[in-house]
Ligand binder design. Structure first.
Ligand SMILES: CC(C)(COP(=O)(O)OP(=O)(O)OC[C@H]1O[C@@H](n2cnc3c(N)ncnc32)[C@H](O)[C@@H]1OP(=O)(O)O)[C@@H](O)C(=O)NCCC(=O)NCCS
Length: 409
């Protein structure tokens, strides 16, 4: 079998969507989905594998920015739609498509690749490491009251283009504050608010509340829907939070309190939240809020390691020579002298002996400061020619705040 991998032509979207949905065990209206992605996807970043005339694999990316510890942003490729037909699996087709896109990422000068994975074991071998985690926050509203004053400034609104712009600007301000967040394509806000169809799932219908500060400026919002309203003969609604962003502590407290005080409500369920969610600290009984279903979130692959390491901030000072094992890179390894400290870092190729040898996937996992490098390498291995170098690297890579990515794709 000879497989050809190339970028897509405008009339091939339906074939690509057919492959993708077959692999994801989904059967939407393929023509409709193909029509909508034609304008939304970048054909030059959409790879399709062909077995003769038959499309059998897809792999695409879109251009974004990743926020790194300290608030700088790096150009990033967000990888998605990675699929191979069940009839063609485990013949190296995904690996072949990844090689094409990884070369294109390097050529475009994107420093990092990011993705969410359907199954944990897929991407480590391609150099990606799990860099953020998320969980589901569940609040049992009957078990607690809130500290502090009642919520103010919260208003239910009907989405329209003006509201969308407000929501978008909150997200834009938020995403550069938190390591792990990424820039969203503008169309996502229209789809999220039901101003545009979601070809996979229909039009969003839910509730949107903006929060305004005392001066009237929007400083947060929450988007939610109700999963269930009645439990046998009593009100037992579960409100599911789809997004909640707040730029201030006051807005954060107001939005959570607003949710908790909705009538008919038993539970607020908020999937995909950061592990350092501060909700419990707002409650008289912190045990009423529990984080469950912890799972890996955004995976990071470093393509330009020196640029990535120089872009982030470092809480402590330290120097070491890192040897990064990366099958994808020229020569399979690069040796870099990292001098990092609170005033910044330099990271340059060097001929000096390595202090620490680590796989690029482990470095990606540790990059945002939420995963200890010593954990990321414990299973996959490392070398420590200079005893103690892993502990030095560990201390350096840790960040004060838990990284979080709230944008799935
Ligand atoms: C995941 C998927 C794209 C892999 O495609 P593929 O062409 O079979 O992958 P490859 O043949 O290039 O696999 C390369 C290696 O990864 C391994 N691998 C691939 N998918 C894997 C999985 N889901 N779990 C564990 N290992 C996996 C293969 O066994 C192979 O290992 P080997 O080199 O030791 O033999 C394909 O199985 C698929 O479409 N799955 C359903 C959709 C999906 O989950 N996509 C990922 C979205 S994030």
């Amino acid at each position: 079998m000879s497989i050809v991998i190339r970028t897509i032509a405008p009339d091939e979207y339906a074939a690509a969507i057919d492959v993708m949905t077959s692999a994801f065990l989904d059967r939407p209206d393929i023509a409709r989905v193909a029509e909508s992605v034609r304008d939304r996807w970048d054909a030059g970043r959409t790879w399709v594998a062909f077995d003769g005339a038959r499309a059998c694999g897809t792999f695409r990316s879109w251009a974004t920015e990743l926020t790194v510890p300290g608030g700088a942003t790096l150009p990033a490729a967000a990888v998605s739609a990675v699929t191979v037909l069940p009839t063609h699996r485990r013949r190296g087709i995904m690996t072949g498509m990844a090689a094409k896109e990884h070369a294109a990422i390097r050529e475009r000068g994107e420093a990092v690749g990011v993705l969410w994975t359907a199954e944990y074991p897929i991407y480590g071998r391609l150099g990606y490491g799990p860099a953020t985690r998320t969980g589901t926050m569940r609040l049992d509203v009957s078990r607690t009251r809130f500290h502090g004053a009642p919520a103010t400034g919260v208003e239910l609104v009907t989405p329209d283009p003006t509201v969308r712009d407000e929501v978008r600007s909150i997200h834009e301000m938020w995403r550069v504050r938190r390591a792990g967040e990424i820039r969203r394509a503008p169309i996502r806000f229209d789809v999220a608010l039901g101003l545009e169809d979601n070809p996979w799932a229909g039009r969003w219908k839910g509730f949107l509340a903006l929060r305004r500060d005392a001066g009237g400026a929007v400083d947060g919002f929450v988007r939610y829907n109700a999963l269930r309203t009645w439990d046998d003969d009593h009100a037992g609604a579960v409100v599911e939070v789809q997004e909640l962003y707040a730029l201030t502590d006051e807005a954060y407290a107001a939005l959570w309190r607003f949710l908790a005080e909705i009538d008919l409500l038993a539970t607020v369920k908020a999937p995909g939240r950061p592990l350092d969610e501060r909700l419990p600290w707002l409650l008289a009984n912190a045990r009423a809020a529990r984080m469950t279903d912890l799972v890996d979130g955004l995976w990071v692959r470093l393509f330009d390691v020196p640029r990535a390491l120089e872009a982030r901030c470092w809480a402590t000072a330290g120097s070491l020579v890192l040897e990064v094992v990366d099958d994808d890179a020229a020569g399979g390894r690069s040796r870099l002298a990292l001098d990092a400290g609170p005033d910044g870092a330099t990271c340059r190729p060097t001929g000096r002996d390595a202090d620490l040898v680590v796989p690029v996937a482990a470095l990606g996992a540790a990059y945002l400061g939420g995963t200890r490098l010593c954990d990321a390498v414990i299973g996959t291995g490392f070398e420590e020619p200079t005893p103690g170098a892993l502990a030095v690297a560990d201390r350096l890579f840790r960040a004060a705040d838990e990284p979080w990515c709230s944008t799935g794709f």
